[in-house]
Design a protein around this ligand. Structure first.
Ligand SMILES: [Mg+2]
Length: 176
């Protein structure tokens, strides 16, 4: 069960304030794409994603995308947003992510993984030995391959909430 408890929990990535990142000494944010940054079939980054990227940039934090999806569409999205990315990231495995972090030149302690799924994102953070922030999915639309994961994610998340595990790591500082 411990492997599913994230370091942080908030309802969405946009709520994480500058002071949150600074206090936790984050230099690089690896964000999941589908249902963390945008809805799964989106080709163009939304305004709030662009604003998040720019806000992070201003305080010296690099935003990157780590997605299990290998569709060309995702690369277009990352290119349009102007961020580095890896696709077919093999989450929850930690190897590709670890290699990516090394290539980017960061220490693991500098990195925060943000994602909406316990089975892929949170587990991946644990496997790679980096901090991870769990969010709620930003929409109910999922790629078909995610449907199976949600069948496990939903009751598991409910259980973690009931036991108070998510409350304990909830990010409460929503100020800028
Ligand atoms: Mg996702």
């Amino acid at each position: 069960m411990k492997r599913f408890i994230p370091n942080f929990y908030c309802s969405n990535i946009f709520q994480l304030s500058n002071s949150f990142f600074i206090e936790n000494k984050i230099k690089c944010v690896l964000s999941d794409l589908d249902n963390t940054l945008d809805v799964y079939n989106e080709l163009n980054p939304s305004q709030r994603v662009i604003e998040l990227k720019e806000r992070l940039e201003k305080i010296g934090i690099e935003l990157c995308i780590v997605s299990n999806n290998k569709a060309k569409r995702k690369e277009i999205y990352a290119k349009r947003l102007g961020v580095k990315s890896i696709f077919s990231a093999h989450k929850p495995g930690g190897k590709r992510i670890s290699k990516f972090i090394a290539e980017l030149g960061y220490e693991k302690a500098d990195v925060l993984l943000v994602g909406d799924q316990l089975l892929t994102d949170v587990l991946c953070g644990k496997n790679a030995g980096i901090k991870v922030c769990l969010t709620d999915p930003i929409s109910h639309l999922d790629q078909w391959t995610t449907h199976f994961n949600r069948l496990i994610d939903r009751p598991l998340r409910k259980h973690l909430k009931k036991k108070g595990y998510l409350e304990k790591v909830m990010v409460k500082d929503y100020g800028k």
